[in-house]
Design a binder for this molecule. Sequence first.
Ligand code: PMP
Length: 409
Amino acid sequence: MLAKIDRKNISKKFAIFNSLLKKKKLVYLDNAATTQKPNKVINSIKEYYSNINSNVHRGAYYLSNKATEKLEYSRVKIKNFINAKYSHEIIFTSGATESINLIANSISSLIKEKDEIIIPYSEHHSNIIPWQILCKKKKALLKIIPIDYNGNLKLDYFKSFISNKTKLISLSHVSNALGVINPINDIIDEAKKYNTLVLIDGSQAISHIPINIQKINPDFYVFSIHKMYGPTGIGVLYGKEDILKLIPPYKYGGEMIDKVSFEETTYSNLPFKFEAGTPNIGGIISTIDAIAFIEKYNIKNIKTYEDKIINYAIKLFTSIKGIKIYGEEKNRSSIISFNIKKIHPFDVGKILDNFGVAVRTGNHCAQPIMDFFSIPGTIRISFAIYNTFEEIDYLYKIIIKIIKLIDRF
Ligand code: PMP
């Protein structure tokens, strides 16, 4: 049965919201960095180490089989959550960063001199540097899709420079620095005309926007479990079966082999070919509860709720003289990036901290876009299911106080 999104009820499910922090109630607005974890997820990790702890995929005994069963069920749960075709298209990694690095390494053999890779201007460093390194190594060209002052991609430019030389396009579903939702469907449609692979970084979409992978139809979709109410240290790489079969692994060792001799080694089938070494078993198992938490409220209802909060916050903040909000007003998800006149974002973050409000300040691992706006960084607030309209009112009042204080000097 679907549960109603009601803060009182939801907070009870998170230990962190049930105690005071420096004598203040925590107002947590840094969900784009990582979400808080429900008690059920924390308990699931404890349960694994207390009662199931053993290694997976290699034991003949009860505990190992149980751990393996649960780990594989987590894979199925993720497959169903994003509506992938097969569970062997779900590869466990350590995070979105590793998922992107995996592809950048593994597709290396498909890239030749003078080939091209395209990324937008507004990407997280983890979706810039792996491609920069790959292009350098293969003498290929990294092309950048420019953005306008609302943070929207300039699609006409993109269409003018994509060609048969373009081997891969990699872009975020939602920009972590601005919250702008990128036109991934248009990009994928265009890419298909040139047989170009597309990787979508879903880090900022996965717990906010319903994902139907078969409908979106990218070649790869990556995300981190810690941004969807699960633990840190686990990521997902979704890849289409045919392309995952085609490309080689990038990590080598136990778990991923079929036969090893000193003359030759052959690899396991999917998904194990990409999963060398012992994974974060307890964390992966607890992901079952993280997804169950989202499903309990329904991702569509979460989106509707978060959209209402974000629209409310934008309306309030745009009414304040002295605030500059970055990024498209309408086409955004779960993130607002802004600055207050004459005051460094870091100082605002420190003042808010004194009021119990946790926000992120800085360049958000997206230096090129900060350079584009000629700013050192922004104050970023980002939402999850447990945030409330009252918290926005509280933040609004503190910001008014800060601005009044600045105006006195
Ligand atoms: N891409 C985007 C858009 C992100 O927001 C982040 C995290 N801030 C990452 C990639 C990297 O995620 P992780 O550190 O979990 O690997």
